[in-house]
Design a protein around this ligand. Structure first.
Ligand SMILES: Nc1ncnc2c1ncn2[C@@H]1O[C@H](COP(=O)(O)OP(=O)(O)OP(=O)(O)O)[C@@H](O)[C@H]1O
Ligand SMILES: [Mg+2]
Length: 245
């Protein structure tokens, strides 16, 4: 995987943090190739969410560059990145519980002309038929797995080239987790390049083409999902018994 000529998203030498003078990312590097599914794992507080948020314009980048299709997008605001084809699904509060499913999907397309919205919703319902069956149901009544499906569907309304997912399986039962990972693979199969941050490191590495291990705001390891799953150091330090499923 050394040929990244078809990169979609890159981060080079990122130094970023929330508060002035307090760096959380200390020189992070990241590459997402066209059509790839790339995982980011690492201990709590490693900076995984911060890296996603920095690439999505939600955490100030002090040094380094983020590119999309080769063009610099460093520190562009999130709404502009959405228009350029970057979708982001945060870990929590990623749906509006009091709105219906169809209203949530419409919210994902607020930057689009009204005339295009219905067609986009049809597309999402084709990918996730269950959302179409429950269009009028309030999102707050969905199961955990369905809620993640809706959150991803909402991000897909803009037909992004890249989808950034922050711990989509967090807090779900193993059965629902399986469903989420299947859905992530299904989205990737439609041609959307995906970055997935996961606490369920085993499952994430199993579905990832490549992955990065982040530790204390720095790159620790990278490789194919399979290589990392079989790397004794990675197993010892990051996969342990807790993460096994
Ligand atoms: N809004 C914030 N303001 C200030 N510091 C923050 C903020 N969010 C996170 N941090 C700090 O940034 C560091 C990295 O946090 P981050 O959420 O990126 O880790 P993570 O790898 O996503 O962890 P987890 O696996 O627990 O989700 C932590 O030390 C955290 O306390
Ligand atoms: Mg996080």
């Amino acid at each position: 995987m050394s040929d990244h000529s078809n990169t979609v998203l890159t981060a080079e030498g990122l130094i970023a943090g929330y508060l002035p003078g307090v760096d959380i990312l200390h020189n992070c590097n990241f590459v997402l190739g066209d059509g790839e599914l790339v995982g980011i794992i690492g201990p709590n507080g490693a900076g995984k969410s911060t890296l996603l948020k920095a690439m999505f314009g939600l955490v100030p980048i002090r040094e380094g560059t983020v590119t999309l299709h080769g063009d610099p997008i460093t520190n562009l605001p999130a709404h502009q990145l959405v228009r350029k084809g970057v979708g982001f699904v945060p870990q929590t509060e990623n749906v509006f519980p009091s709105l219906t499913i169809v209203e949530n999907l419409q919210m994902g397309a607020y930057q689009l002309p009204k005339s295009e919205v219905a067609g986009r919703i049809d597309g999402i319902n084709e990918l996730f038929p269950r959302l179409g069956e429950r269009a009028k149901q309030r999102a707050g009544l969905l199961s955990g797995g369905e809620r993640q499906m809706l959150a991803m569907g909402r991000a897909l309304m803009m037909q992004p080239a890249v989808l950034l997912l922050d711990e989509p399986s967090a807090g779900l039962s193993p059965a629902y987790q399986g469903e989420v990972f299947e859905n992530v693979k299904a989205i990737n199969a439609t041609g959307v390049s995906i970055v997935i941050v996961e606490q369920n490191a085993h499952r994430a590495l199993q579905i990832s083409d490549r992955a990065y291990v982040l530790d204390q705001g720095k790159n620790a390891y990278e490789g194919t999902g399979r290589d990392l799953l079989n790397d004794p150091k990675v197993i010892e330090l990051y996969l342990g018994t807790l993460a096994r499923r």
